[in-house]
Ligand binder design. Structure first.
Ligand SMILES: Nc1nc2c(ncn2[C@@H]2O[C@H](COP(=O)(O)OP(=O)(O)OP(=O)(O)O)[C@@H](O)[C@H]2O)c(=O)[nH]1
Ligand SMILES: [Mg+2]
Length: 371
């Protein structure tokens, strides 16, 4: 893996124009979904060659990075062909990175935290890329990352790149696009990747499966249930951050932290060889935020030393291949003429108790196997 030199990337003048591009048309923001049947959302521009995308991403050109992401987000077969060529070429060019997933209920302060953490990290010389997995974005216009005012400073930072959640399709589809976006970020030299998601539903499982470190942001003064956080989410976290530990809320935050520490004590850690702890922060004042980064650094040091870091990444890739194959098979199966013809009738027979489910499934699989 060739390590890309951060200094190698000149602040090319086009970076200044990018802000408009990123907040404007072709950035995958809600409203630009692929309803237009394959044309690159929000653009009428010609499809670039794979080489143009590759060179653009590698040179750190922000406009071309944004366009490359739009390309991989497109579901059109022609775009996917170029996209896969681009990704294949960029795979070995990725820089060494730390991928952090951030979840928590709406309003916990994730975006404010990302703003403070991101600007703190660029000040330390990192290049920071931010994206999100927001399965609701195609329906509601997106609750997360949509509000750029929470990330005004970071959005204007030449060493940061913010990309809202891909829209449209299934959660699996959104997750596929986010994973590939992360690859593009890394090929463009972004060494800290932050992936935000909401702490409800299945999206945090998807994000866990694509990051190294998983952070759960909680608030004091609400029980787990009240916060809509399932116990399962606590179990996959590498750290709990009790945010808004400021003002009148400080003492409640402190006791919430102790409470979470006690709970964590009884749980199996999410990462082998690492003890998940609960920490305090005030994203509003910035207090505790860079301490949290210290925790992430400690985590990567320990897990890289033990081999757990690399093993997790390898396992994630393998699982991803498996799930892409499963999705592809499912599509093939459902679109098989014999299967699609018989499916509804067989399901009804099962529902009426006329045949067992196993027999119905067998029949469908037999139909599928027939040439
Ligand atoms: N007092 C206090 N307020 C905060 C803190 N962090 C965030 N807030 C405020 O809480 C509100 C929600 O913050 P966001 O950063 O948008 O929260 P979020 O988790 O990204 O919310 P969604 O994107 O809707 O899921 C905003 O009004 C913030 O100003 C904090 O540490 N202390
Ligand atoms: Mg947010």
């Amino acid at each position: 893996m060739s390590k890309k030199d951060k200094d190698k990337q000149p602040e090319n003048p086009s970076a200044l124009n990018v802000r408009g591009g990123v907040t404007g048309g072709h950035d995958g923001m809600p409203g630009n979904s692929s309803a237009n049947g394959g044309e690159i959302p929000g653009t009428r521009r010609r499809l670039l060659s794979a080489r143009e995308y590759i060179d653009g991403v590698l040179s750190g050109d922000r406009v071309l990075l944004a366009r490359a992401i739009t390309l991989i987000e497109s579901n059109a077969a022609a775009h996917q062909e170029v996209a896969q060529e681009v990704l294949t070429a960029l795979l070995p060019e990725r820089c060494e990175s730390t991928r952090v997933g951030i979840t928590g209920v709406p309003g916990a302060g994730k975006s404010t935290l990302i703003e403070v953490l991101g600007t703190g990290l660029t000040a330390l010389g990192h290049k920071v890329a931010v994206t999100a997995v927001d399965p609701s974005s195609s329906l509601t216009g997106g609750s997360i990352l949509g509000d750029k005012t929470r990330m005004e400073k970071l959005a204007a930072d030449p060493n940061a790149f913010i990309r809202p959640s891909p829209t449209g399709g299934t959660l699996g589809g959104v997750a596929r696009k986010t994973r590939e976006t992360v690859m593009l970020f890394e090929a463009a030299g972004y060494d800290v990747i932050l992936v935000e998601t909401v702490g409800v539903g299945q999206s945090e499982i998807q994000v866990r499966s694509m990051v190294d470190f998983f952070l759960l942001v909680l608030l004091a003064g609400a029980g787990d249930e009240l916060q809509g956080i399932k116990k399962g989410v606590v179990e996959i976290a590498d750290a709990i951050l009790v945010n808004k530990a400021d003002g009148a809320n400080l003492s409640a935050a402190r006791s919430a932290r102790s409470g979470f520490e006690r709970v964590l004590h009884y749980l199996r850690p999410a990462t082998e060889g690492w003890t998940t702890g609960a920490h305090l922060s005030s994203a509003a004042s910035g207090e505790g935020v860079m301490d949290l980064w210290g925790v992430v650094e400690k985590f990567t040091e320990i897990t890289k030393g033990s081999g757990v870091f690399d093993r997790r990444r390898t396992d994630q890739e393998k699982l991803w291949v498996g799930s892409l194959v499963s999705e592809g098979l499912e599509d093939l199966f459902r679109s098989h003429p014999g299967v699609s013809e018989q499916m509804a009738a067989l399901e009804q027979q099962v529902a009426r108790g006329e045949i067992p489910a196993t027999a119905a499934a067998r029949k469908l699989l037999d139909l599928f196997r027939k040439p």
